[in-house]
Write a protein that binds this ligand. Structure first.
Ligand SMILES: [Fe+2]
Ligand SMILES: [Fe+2]
Length: 300
């Protein structure tokens, strides 16, 4: 019943699971001695499976590991690949500033290690997903260098049937938290010049460890929070630090004329059982007017 639609929009044409910042450490060590990043990733993946979604891609927007350790990439694969297989979806890995290109290539793609940017173009049945590498080896700030920008210009020269999504780690958005300014994506004007006026419909990013969104060159940007730890934003901007709560992922639904990014908190909480597949089936058997009467009308 997943593709049922009672509203003005037909069901989404494509769906994507977007998670970010898993920050695994070899040997399942705790991040900063505090955060169980392996457990956080496993919990997010279990929650993704509970949604019943059959996504067209599972996108992880970087900081896959915390230190680029080969064993951490192996562990990540061990966690993610069986889930992706059960969901019948490809995994799209994006490099983050905590990753190391050579180890990531060897660990996740079984390719020889190299310092070349990790980019890719995926065709999700007409929806193009372009992976960019915004990392700068040896640094934590971000950049799409000139060579990668030119490559991107070439790819975008030909539009895709359902348009294009970009996935990169460093979001081309401001943050109200000062320390993120130091680690921001540089050369944004040159990046904007490449993607403005193309078929790019959305940008998926991570890095901030909190969920936010905005626009860049008129294109919607959606930042997924982290599965390891998140920023406690209930503090003045100068005092924001990590906390072990509010981990989440996004469900991205691509419609013909819009894209939604739905934040799914990974929590265990008592939940009602009024709505069900049977309830939806019952509604599906009614005419639109009968459905309005059955579910929209207030008791007089
Ligand atoms: Fe991160
Ligand atoms: Fe990052």
């Amino acid at each position: 019943m997943q593709s049922v639609s009672f509203g003005r929009h037909a069901p989404a044409l494509r769906s994507i699971v977007h998670l970010s910042d898993t920050h695994l450490l070899a040997g399942d060590r705790r991040l900063g001695g505090a955060y169980d990043s392996t457990g956080g990733a496993a919990a997010a993946l279990a929650a993704i499976e509970r949604t019943g979604i059959r996504p067209d891609a599972l996108v992880v927007t970087g900081d896959l590991t915390d230190l680029g350790e080969p064993d951490a990439y192996r562990r990540l694969r061990e966690l993610v690949e069986p889930v992706a297989e059960r969901l019948g979806t490809p995994v799209v890995w994006v490099a983050g500033n905590h990753d190391e290109r050579p180890a990531m290539r060897e660990g996740l793609f079984d390719e020889p290690g190299s310092l070349e940017p990790i980019t890719a173009v995926h065709d999700l049945d007409g929806l193009r997903l372009i992976v960019l590498d915004s990392t700068v080896p040896g640094w934590h700030h971000g950049e799409i260098d000139a060579a990668q920008r030119e490559w991107l210009r070439g790819v975008l020269a030909e539009p895709a049937p359902l348009g294009t999504l970009l996935a990169l780690h460093h979001p081309p958005l401001p943050s109200h938290i000062p320390f993120f300014d130091i680690l921001e994506l540089r050369d944004q004007d040159a990046f904007a010049e490449i993607i403005g006026g193309t078929d790019v419909r959305g940008i998926l990013a991570g890095h901030l460890h909190y969920s936010t969104n905005g626009t860049f060159a008129g294109i919607p940007v959606s930042v997924a929070s982290a599965t390891c730890y998140t920023m406690n934003l209930q503090r003045p901007a100068t005092e924001v630090n990590g906390m072990d709560a509010a981990q989440s992922f996004h469900l991205v639904h691509v419609y013909d004329d819009t894209i939604t990014h739905t934040v799914v908190p990974v929590v265990d909480a008592p939940t009602g059982d009024y709505f069900s597949a049977e309830w939806v089936e019952k509604m599906a058997a009614l005419s639109p007017q009968e459905r309005l009467e059955a579910f929209s009308r207030k008791p007089s």
